[in-house]
Design a protein around this ligand. Structure first.
Ligand code: T3D
Length: 291
């Protein structure tokens, strides 16, 4: 009798544990770390950990990597919009994952190799424009991931912080490459060494980002940009991205050769013929956007 009731108690505990695990799985499925929205010709990816200002965790990196792979594999996708849920864009690495219960920190480098560097490389290499709509604070790697996008627009209330120096780290996710190229060496050094927040309006005035919009209109403007790109000559835009990126490592002579080759490639795409015909016929072009 005693044996039977012990077995029943164990079974009840096992059922309760199973229920708890199922609830947890359901909850984590409901709380997608990356929200994906399909629009006509483009996709919106929203970083979704608003309670932590969308700071990166390993599961969020994995979800973002999968979402980006799906975007790239979709031949009908001609632009990408990246933004953040809640009041922040992204606060960089989640520092909760960098402090053990005993108070120790780990030696870094692994997450850059596994996640941040491939993410920046992917954003640069996607064969269509990537728009970042910076809806709030963008700090640490969150700032530099935004700056890796092709067109960065921001809410007037947003700010950009190279917060690394505040915790004894070095700007990563391309920051040491991007910053001096966008704002020049003097401003890049001050931003990286002082780690002060740069208001969105100053970021625009300095050429760190493309444009600032009132908070209430940011997303509307971001969607307008993406809708424009979704009707643009996509293959040509991909070549523009590559040509501008490759220019940093080339002298003028090499770049002129590259432009000749890219122009040849662009002219073989039907969108070029459509563009010229539409101009001659005084009508708007209808680009197929094959890539
Ligand atoms: O492998 C590697 O680690 C290398 C890769 C490194 C890449 C990096 O990004 S290193 C840099 C990491 N990021 C930071 O150092 C930024 C830390 N955050 C902040 O300095 C501030 O939160 C902000 C300036 C971004 C915003 O300030 P504020 O006052 O608007 O908001 P808050 O109250 O500080 O933050 C709101 C909540 O989000 C708060 O949680 P609570 O108190 O309400 O429970 C805060 O702790 C949390 N939060 C913000 N940023 C992070 C974070 N939690 C964990 N990690 C964060 N990065």
């Amino acid at each position: 009798m005693v044996g039977v009731s012990k077995a029943m108690a164990q079974a009840l505990i096992a059922i309760r544990e199973l229920r708890r695990m199922m609830d947890e799985t359901r909850r984590s499925m409901d709380e997608s770390l990356i929200l994906v929205e399909q629009r006509d010709g483009y996709r919106v990816l929203t970083l979704n950990r608003p309670q932590r200002l969308n700071a990166f965790t390993e599961p969020m990196h994995v979800a973002l990597r999968e979402a980006l792979a799906a975007v790239e594999a979709d031949a009908g996708c001609r632009a990408l919009l990246l933004t953040g849920a809640g009041r922040g864009f992204c606060a960089g690495q989640d520092l909760n994952d960098r402090l053990s219960q005993g108070g120790d920190t780990a030696v870094l480098g692994g997450a850059l190799e596994a996640y941040y560097n491939p993410l920046v490389r992917k954003l640069r290499a996607l064969p269509f424009p990537v728009v970042a709509a910076v809806n709030g604070v963008a700090a640490g790697a969150g700032c530099n991931v935004a700056l890796a996008c092709d067109i960065v627009i921001a809410a007037r209330s947003a700010s950009f912080i190279q917060s690394f120096a505040r915790i004894g780290l070095v700007p990563d996710s391309g920051g040491t490459w991007t910053l001096p190229r966008l704002v020049g060496p003097a401003r890049a050094r001050a931003l990286a060494l002082l780690a002060e927040p740069l208001p969105a309006e100053t970021a625009e005035a300095w050429g760190l980002i493309w444009k600032v919009y009132d908070d209430a209109t940011l997303m509307e403007e971001a969607h307008k940009l993406c809708a424009h790109f979704a009707a643009a000559p996509t293959a040509g835009l991909a070549l523009i991205k590559r040509a501008l990126d490759e220019s940093w490592g080339n002298d003028l002579d090499t770049q002129l050769d590259l432009e000749r080759e890219f122009q040849r490639e662009a002219s073989l795409n039907p969108d070029y013929a459509e563009g010229v015909r539409a101009f001659m016929e005084k009508r708007p072009p209808r680009f197929a956007g094959r890539r």
